[in-house]
Design a protein around this ligand. Sequence first.
Ligand SMILES: [Zn+2]
Ligand SMILES: [Zn+2]
Length: 281
Amino acid sequence: MMSALFSSLLDLEKSLIFTLIFFTICFSFLTLISPQIRNQALWREDTDVDLLYWLILPLLYETIYQFVSNRVLLAIHHGDARAVADFLEHGRGGIALLPVWAQGLIVLGISDFIQYWLHRLFHKKPFWKFHAIHHSAEEIDWLTSARFHPVNYLISFTAVSILIGLIGFSGKTFFILGSVNAILSALVHANLNWTFGPFKYVLASPVFHRWHHSSSEAERNRNFASTFPVLDLLFGTFYMPKGEEPFVFGAPEDKVPPGFLAQLAFPFFRTRKLESPTEDS
Ligand SMILES: [Zn+2]
Ligand SMILES: [Zn+2]
């Protein structure tokens, strides 16, 4: 059991490093062609912090995911490991009859709907302090996509995956979901001026999500969807003014510390707000 977990964590770390190199090459190239912020340095002041989020925390999420889902699935299948393996391969009930791509689309739709509302919840007290970590970056690029406090990540992503998995979708759909999420999440944070034109309601674009990172609270409380902006359109939070782009990012009024460990501890301690927020800073 432990050796299986260790080897899966090793595989995960290898794929994180491979993806890191691949994304660095792709996004560096794309950013040269169509940057949203011109002359933004490829190595920011806090890139080292985001690298730690990228390389270390997924190991924790994977460990918790495997630990919880294995136990829950074994309990549901009365301890029958073979039945669990079959469930993971094919899914369960009527859902299992659908092709994997169709299951993947449904899972993407359900998870985006749940994550939209969880995201709105994390913009309110007392949850905001956990999510403020993600909004603390004042320069945004694709690597900012990794900057999530573990409490925020485990509730918004890991727990949602486990819950949807229990409905009966094949384990393969979660491979699709994980891959789509990783690529799209990096893309929407990238320093690109892409809006996706007439498809701006269909798929989240870099400009769509970068508005969500605006330092203005009114703009920050818009564009909550991870994948499908039509959710923001439906619930009145869509914001992409024609011909405009966001230029000032972050949440300086929350005084999130710059270090990795300090950020992990930040939500658990009381902090004093700035005396006169943002006006001259
Ligand atoms: Zn947010
Ligand atoms: Zn973001």
